[in-house]
Ligand binder design. Structure first.
Ligand SMILES: C[S@@+](CC[C@H](N)C(=O)[O-])C[C@H]1O[C@@H](n2cnc3c(N)ncnc32)[C@H](O)[C@@H]1O
Length: 227
C-alpha cells in the first residue's frame, strides 16, 4: 500500500525535474561526474562482504548504477515513481536485474543480502527516516549501505518535510547509529550552501556508510525501550 502524500511529493519532483540536473532526473548527486568513485569502488566493497544480492531502493533513473560492474550479483531496483521503474525495466531489465514499483516506507521489501539506500534518507523527515530504518530492519538483509555525511562540524539532521533536503549524519542525534563498519567516500564535486553565516561547504565527507543490519535493529530496539 502506498502513502499518497509521499508518492505525490516525489512524483511532482520527477515530473517537474526539480533536482535540476540535465543529466539525471535523480539530481546532481547522481551524475557520472559525482559518482565515478562509487562506480569504481562499489563492486570491491560488495565482494569484500560476500554480497550476492542487493536491493537498490530507491534506484532513481539508474543513471550511474548501470555503469557498476555487478557480475554474479542479483540486482533489484525499486522506486516510488512508476514511470522511472517502467523505463528502467524496459531499458535495463535482465534475468538477474529487475525493477519494482514500491514505497519503501510502506511496502514489504524484497529479500536481499544488502540494501543500498543512496541519496534518499536525506529527503525524509525524522519520522520517515526512522520508518525507513524500521522497514529495512524487518527484511532479511545483512547490511545497510546508505548515505551519510561524516563531518560533525556543520549543521546536520534538520527535521525537514519529506521531499526537502538536509545533510544527514546517521551517527548523530536523533539517529545515533554506531560507527559504520566501513565507508565508501564518494569524492563528490558538490557543495552545500548553508547561507550567509556559514557559507558554502564542499561535500568532501559525502559517503556511503555500511552498517550491519543487526546494529540497526539494536538501535531501533533501544529507541523502542526509551519512554
Ligand atoms: C535523489 S534520488 C536518488 C536515486 C538513486 N539512489 C541514486 O543514487 O541515483 C531519490 C529517489 O528516491 C525516490 N523515493 C523517494 N521516496 C521514496 C519511497 N518512499 N519509496 C521508494 N522510492 C522513493 C524518488 O522517487 C527518487 O527517485
Amino acid at each position: 500500500m502506498q502513502n499518497n502524500d509521499t508518492a505525490a511529493v516525489f512524483q511532482d519532483i520527477y515530473l517537474e525535474q526539480r533536482w535540476h540536473s540535465t543529466e539525471s532526473v535523480s539530481g546532481w548527486g547522481s551524475e557520472l561526474g559525482n559518482t565515478a568513485q562509487v562506480i569504481r569502488e562499489l563492486p570491491g566493497l560488495l565482494r569484500r562482504f560476500d554480497v550476492t544480492s542487493i536491493l537498490d531502493v530507491p534506484c532513481g533513473d539508474f543513471n550511474w548504477m548501470r555503469h557498476v560492474e555487478l557480475d554474479g550479483i542479483d540486482y533489484t531496483g525499486a522506486d516510488i515513481v512508476p514511470d522511472l521503474v517502467t523505463a528502467n525495466q524496459a531499458a535495463y531489465g535482465a534475468p538477474n536485474r529487475r525493477f519494482m514499483h514500491l514505497d519503501l516506507l510502506e511496502d514489504t521489501l524484497p529479500g536481499s543480502d544488502l540494501i543500498l539506500c543512496r541519496d534518499c534518507l536525506f529527503h525524509f523527515s525524522h519520522a520517515d527516516v526512522f520508518r525507513a530504518l524500521e522497514q529495512f530492519a524487518r527484511t532479511t538483509a545483512r547490511f545497510l549501505l546508505t548515505t551519510t555525511f561524516l563531518y560533525r562540524s556543520w549543521p546536520r539532521n534538520a527535521d525537514i518535510a519529506t521531499g526537502q533536503w538536509t545533510p544527514i549524519n546517521l551517527e548523530m542525534a536523533p539517529y545515533e547509529l554506531p560507527a559504520p563498519r566501513t565507508v565508501l567516500v564518494e569524492g563528490s564535486n558538490e557543495s552545500i550552501i548553508y547561507g550567509p553565516d556559514i557559507g558554502t561547504v564542499p561535500m568532501h565527507d559525502r559517503c556511503l556508510g555500511l552498517w550491519d543490519m543487526a546494529d540497526v535493529r539494536q538501535r531501533l530496539e533501544r529507541r523502542a525501550d526509551t519512554p
